[in-house]
Design a protein around this ligand. Structure first.
Ligand code: GLU
Length: 375
């Protein structure tokens, strides 16, 4: 275990630290002590030459506190409004605590749609890398005014996983008010045992874990496992740990046995393939015959027009689409070189027949292997 921690944690150079609502609000007492603690620990970690990016929830939690509301609003627009009130408080607390230690911070608000567009994804990456280059600590949150994914079910867990790829980080630390992953719900069952290590996150049965969320956030353990899975596919390790324990971050980075460590997958996806698999929302479906499916899955081939039986949905060239078999089961996902209208005209054709059908030919492949992910 010590060796694994050394291999995957101590060597990490770029770390995404996700701070959950339950940590930010520190049990709702709003003393602000948590921000000083995070600043101290992150300062120490940065002094070891590592980059740190924070993904912080807490806009809603602090908005509730500021407005003096009892509990979390039920309607989504109300939560969005409360988040708009709280985001300023969240940033000013980080700003105050970090500047006291000579660190500068920057607010970065993202949506899943931003990250689903390759152009905006790369723009966001450039901005964040520039911030790191300037020695600034980026603090990312969902842009709750325009997007509701994390408010509804994520508490930024997914955003933290997508940020791990965005930043090409090698470690994701998810700080919440739980000590890690347990075999049963530790809040309900006193005999529950912590699982210190998950070697194969894809092998975990998600339905065995509670999906209900904490009092202040929306995440729950399932969305954290899901985040760890996404990070694992990008080749990053994840630690889920209790952010309310002083010294937790520096302890984790020092190789201490805190929380649950999820190992990365050895067959990691490239950043672009990870983006295709996890950050995008495919806009259509290609129905692929058995021969082409086999060629894609077993022989690593590109998808050619001849293997396509049908197309569903409306999309432009350059958009990500699902590749499904005759039964409608998705087996791959990739960036289409042709629009849905073009594919409707060239489906089933041999490569040499494409030009005659369209009057031009841009590519031989509908989806090139480099832009295709087998799921
Ligand atoms: N982005 C939201 C926040 O910062 C997510 C957390 C939640 O759903 O409570 O407050």
């Amino acid at each position: 275990m010590k060796d694994l921690r050394k291999k995957f944690i101590k060597k990490a150079k770029r770390i995404v630290v996700k701070v959950g609502s339950a940590v930010v609000a520190s049990g709702g007492d709003g003393t602000g002590g948590i921000f000083s603690r995070l600043a101290d620990e992150i300062d120490e970690i940065r002094r070891t030459g590592r980059d740190v990016v924070i993904v912080s929830s807490g806009a809603i939690a602090l908005g509730i506190e500021k407005l003096g509301i009892k509990g979390r609003p039920i309607s989504i627009p109300e939560r969005q409004a409360v988040a708009a009130v709280g985001q300023g408080s969240l940033m000013s607390r980080y700003e105050a605590a970090f500047s006291e230690r000579g660190m500068r911070v920057a607010q970065v608000l993202l949506t899943h749609d931003d990250l689903g567009s390759r152009k905006r994804f790369l723009n966001a990456r450039n901005t964040l890398l520039t911030l790191l280059g300037l020695g600034i600590v980026p603090i990312v949150n969902e842009n709750d005014t325009v997007a509701v994914e994390e408010i509804k079910f994520g508490d930024n867990d997914e955003l933290s996983a997508l940020t791990t790829n965005l930043m090409e980080a090698d470690l994701l630390v998810i700080l919440s008010d739980i000590d890690g992953l347990f075999d049963r719900d530790p809040k309900k069952e006193p005999g529950a045992r912590k699982i210190p290590l998950v070697e194969d996150v894809d092998g975990l049965r998600l339905d065995a874990f509670d999906s209900s969320a904490g009092r202040l956030g929306t995440g729950g353990i399932r969305s954290k496992i899901e985040a760890a899975r996404k990070a694992a596919h990008f080749g990053a390790a994840t630690v889920i740990a209790n952010g309310n324990i002083p010294g937790i971050l520096t302890g984790i980075l020092g190789g201490d046995d805190h929380g649950t460590l999820f190992l990365p997958r050895e067959d990691r996806l490239t950043s672009k393939k990870h983006w295709i698999a996890f950050s995008t929302r495919p806009s259509g479906r290609l129905f692929v015959d058995e021969g082409a499916k086999e060629a894609v899955i077993a022989r690593g081939k590109s998808l050619l027009p001849s293997g396509i039986k049908g197309v569903d949905g409306t999309f432009d060239a350059g958009e990500v689409v699902h590749c499904v078999d005759a039964g409608g089961m998705e087996f791959a996902r990739g960036v289409s070189n042709y629009s849905s209208a073009e594919i409707a005209r060239i489906k089933g054709l041999k490569t040499k027949e494409v030009e005659a059908a369209l009057g031009y030919k841009v590519y031989d492949e509908v989806i090139h292997r480099d832009n295709l992910v087998v799921l």
